[in-house]
Design a protein. Structure first.
Length: 72
């Protein structure tokens, strides 16, 4: 399953790249891309594990960019 999320207050392209790199290390995620210019994140993961995946995604994103909000 693939879902697209808007990002609010993502401040720099470097942070977007760090998020993408760290999120792609999560086993349950098949693929993730974070685009600073469009302020969007695309996550591809198993539908059955998506809630758990999103909890991890929020933790990682808050650690890298505390002000960034993921709009679902």
């Amino acid at each position: 399953m693939t879902k697209v999320f808007r990002l609010k207050d993502l401040d720099c392209a470097n942070c977007a790249a760090k998020m993408e790199h760290c999120l792609n290390k999560i086993d349950a995620i098949n693929h993730v891309s974070v685009n600073f210019l469009t302020q969007k994140m695309v996550i591809e993961a198993d539908e059955n594990e998506f809630e758990t995946v999103m909890q991890e995604v929020v933790k990682v994103c808050k650690k890298i960019e505390p002000d960034c909000k993921i709009i679902m």
